[in-house]
Design a protein around this ligand. Structure first.
Ligand code: ADP
Ligand code: MG
Length: 759
């Protein structure tokens, strides 16, 4: 799949826009100087005292000042990239920078003005001109347009602008946007139309277009597929993909004071950009094995463009005025880091998902079908003619075969129609037939005519389809013609040569500068002590200045880092506060049981990056819904388990087809308890036991009584207790136990409580 394995750096260019009217009116100072020859940007920070002596210097692959022309940028920087896309490489152009510094101007520019149109329209022209000049190659060009806003992907070419698309990943082709529409385009005009439709959709959704475009990323994608026969006659397809990215404004979105939705919005807007920064840092760092591509939609989608299989150009746009100096420095530092990213571009040869191959196969299939049809017709005609006898038509047959297919087809069709018409007339005029028979025969003939017509229509449709598909495959000089004349072509070539010359000059200049420093060190022989002191002082001064610059840079970066951290902490605090409120609501208003149920069902979908809930399951471990009974094979209705067994047991059983559900008894939970004896203290238990003892067992010492009662009692009569165990004290009023018995006047004789009678 690869032709070139070598790695190459991301190319970074900087463009500084002119002062605008407002800035000129307000008389803002210019703090940016652009050294086009050396490829350097010099920034003086007016807030720093030493700034006038030591401006901050940044070196890039090339730099463009306020006088730069769109076409210069294109010829020097973008044309080589688009050329490699036409060869089958992936290419990406990013425009990065603060809002209002010219990102959209660089990417799109003024569409209808040839002088001021940007990279995107210029690349259209470039791609189609290239194809029109190509030879023995087939091309298929298609375009897509999408937007990322608040971490949601919108297809700018789809009819339904409310729909949000998802990212998917395939092991062979990598990350892609699922269901993203793409349009096959045959000319500059068509692809321009695609872009216009997308731009209109983009502005329709936004209430304030400027604000919206500063908060969203727009990506225009051109895919160029090219098929060519190699020396062995084998067909090879190369696919190049060009991403043209107009990023959101790099300035920080204000988050202070924002809460809830507004806060979330503000945090999401810059997410993709800060993720891009993190990816760049991780790539450049070299120590980190993990590159956080997955942190945002933008970095995932453009994974290949950053450290992968693509050629990448980053355009950093800056403004020249003093009030923008902080943002300008941030932009320059950001893009300065990106210079060190290494990509490994390679030609994408014969990928599985090439649309061109599908097209070619489909065309071949349709053509085969067409051929079969015409083959059938010819055979039919030959058969018919043979049947018609020898009226000399056979001789003409050979000539007819040589006719072009269409004429042949038409003649055949007319001939058959005429024949049917003749037959129809013959039937009408045939008086030997009964009316009913006539109608029948006529109907049959009419049906035949209709079938014939249908078949012809189908054939025509097939041919039209083949034609339409073939017209989409562009072949240089055939269905796409180059209209530029020789003079223009020479002019173009000259321009490209000049651009190349400029680039080489700049590179040489940069190299020379580096050498200068080196040679200074090499000049070790001095003619006098004074000269040595002079040279060394000069060197020292230079190195000291360098040291100061590096120190200042470290200080700046540390400060920027602290600011960023503080901001992140603040966001974290605000989000935590938000989360606490949600917790409070959940704890107070959602029953714990319900909450747990949802927690158990919830899972995080890595693909869609959303929390989702599983469907409710009846069976705990099996994550499937209980299946419904299927319609039994051979029966008309679904059968219940009962019916099944009933039929198996006895074929003539009653109600065998009834859908009776066999259910287990649903036993209710028991709500009563077994009786349990109360626990009684041992003392009480003993007392009770003796109290309940049978009176027979009670021995009463009644000797004293005997003597006092005297003869009133029959001798030998013992104190017999009544039969019942109950004391009958009350009823024995006549007995000497009466309290008022004469035997003991004054001291009534109370019976002693039985239980307490000492033994
Ligand atoms: P951004 O997309 O970065 O927010 P724009 O591309 O919308 O910025 O540019 C803001 C304004 O500045 C526009 O009116 C544009 O025409 C103008 N502008 C930007 N760059 C240039 C340039 N190099 N030359 C002339 N005008 C420019
Ligand atoms: Mg813009």
């Amino acid at each position: 799949m690869s032709k070139s394995k070598s790695s190459e750096s991301v190319k970074v260019v900087v463009r500084c826009r002119p002062m605008n009217e407002k800035e000129r009116d307000a008389k803002f100072g210019r703090v940016v100087a652009v050294d086009v020859k050396l490829g350097q940007i010099l920034v003086r920070n007016p807030k720093e005292a030493s700034a006038s002596d030591h401006p901050k210097v940044f070196t890039f692959d090339s730099v463009y000042d306020w006088n730069s022309k769109q076409i210069d940028l294109y010829d020097e920087t973008f044309r080589p990239l688009v050329d490699s896309v036409l060869l089958g490489f992936n290419g990406t152009i990013f425009a990065y920078g603060q809002t209002g510094t010219g990102k959209t101007y660089t990417m799109e520019g003024v569409r209808n003005d040839i002088e001021r149109r940007g990279v995107i329209p210029n690349s259209f022209e470039h791609v189609f001109t290239h194809i029109s000049r190509s030879q023995n190659q087939q091309y298929l060009v298609r375009a897509s347009y999408l937007e990322i806003y608040q971490e949601e992907i919108k297809d700018l070419l789809s009819k339904d602008q409310t729909r949000r698309l998802e990212l998917r990943e395939r092991p062979d082709t990598g990350v892609y946007v699922k269901d993203l529409s793409s349009f096959v385009t045959k000319s500059v005009r068509e692809i321009e139309h695609v872009m216009n439709v997308g731009n209109q959709n983009r502005s329709v959704g936004a209430t304030n277009m400027n604000e919206h475009s500063s908060r969203s990323h727009a990506i225009f994608v051109i895919t160029v597929e090219c098929s060519e026969l190699d020396d062995d006659g084998e067909n090879h397809i190369r696919v190049g993909k060009l991403n043209l990215v107009d990023l959101a404004g790099s300035e920080r979105q204000t988050k202070t004071g924002a809460q809830g939705e507004r806060l979330k919005e503000a945090t999401k807007i810059n997410l993709s950009l800060s993720a891009l920064g993190n990816v760049i840092s991780a790539l450049v760092d070299g120590r980190s094995s993990h590159i956080p591509y997955r942190d945002s939609k933008l970095t995932r989608l453009l994974q290949d463009s950053l450290g992968g299989n693509a050629r990448t150009v980053m355009v950093a746009n800056i403004g020249p005025a003093s009030y923008n100096v902080e943002e300008t420095l941030t932009t320059l530092r950001y893009s300065n880091r990106a210079k060190n990213i290494k990509n490994k571009p390679r030609i994408n040869e014969d990928p599985k998902d090439a649309l061109l191959r599908e097209f070619q196969e489909e065309i071949a299939r349709l053509k085969e079908q067409l051929e079969k049809r015409s083959g059938k017709k010819k055979k039919r005609r030959q058969r018919r003619r043979a049947g018609e006898g020898s009226d000399g038509e056979d001789l003409e047959d050979g000539e007819m075969e040589d006719d072009d297919e269409e004429g042949d087809d038409k003649g055949d069709w007319r001939e058959q129609q005429e024949k049917l018409e003749r037959e129809r007339k013959a039937i009408m005029e045939d008086h030997s037939l009964v009316a009913e028979e006539k109608v029948l025969l006529l109907k049959e003939k009419e049906k035949k005519m209709e079938d014939l017509k249908k078949e012809r229509d189908a054939g025509e449709m097939l041919a039209a389809k083949v034609k339409a598909m073939e017209s989409k495959l562009l072949v240089g000089g055939k269905n796409i013609v180059d209209h530029t004349n020789e003079q223009q072509k020479t002019l173009e070539l000259r321009r490209q040569e000049i651009a190349e010359q400029k680039r080489r000059e700049r590179e040489m200049q940069q190299q020379m500068d580096n050498r200068d420093e080196e040679t200074l060190e090499l000049k070790e022989t001095y003619s006098s002590l004074q000269q040595e002191v002079d040279i060394k002082t000069k060197k020292l001064k230079k190195l000291f200045a360098k040291l100061q610059a590096v120190k200042a840079e470290i200080h700046d970066i540390q400060e920027a880092h602290i600011n960023e951290r503080q901001e992140l902490e603040q966001t974290q605090n605000e989000l935590t506060r938000d989360l606490k409120l949600k917790h409070l609501i959940i704890e107070n208003f959602i029953p714990l049981e319900e909450k747990n149920k949802i927690v158990n069902r919830a899972y995080f979908d890595e693909e869609d990056e959303y929390w989702k809930t599983r469907p409710i399951t009846r069976i705990e471990d099996d994550h499937q819904m209980m299946s419904r009974p299927l319609s039994a094979v051979g029966y008309r209705r679904p059968l219940s388990h009962h019916a099944h067994t009933a039929m198996m047991m006895r074929p003539d059983m009653r109600y065998k087809a009834e859908n009776i559900m066999v259910l287990d008894m649903d036993l209710p939970a028991r709500t009563t308890k077994e009786y349990q004896e109360p626990v009684i203290a041992p003392k009480v238990a003993a007392a009770l036991e003796s109290a309940l003892r049978d009176e027979d067992e009670i021995q009463v010492d009644a000797s004293g009584l005997h003597s006092s009662l005297g003869s009133t009692l029959p001798t030998g009569a013992s104190l017999k207790k009544p039969k019942s165990g109950r004391p009958r004290t009350g009823k024995k009023s006549s007995t000497p136990t009466s309290p008022f018995s004469p035997s003991s006047p004054g001291s009534p004789l109370y019976p002693q409580s039985r239980g307490l009678v000492p033994k």
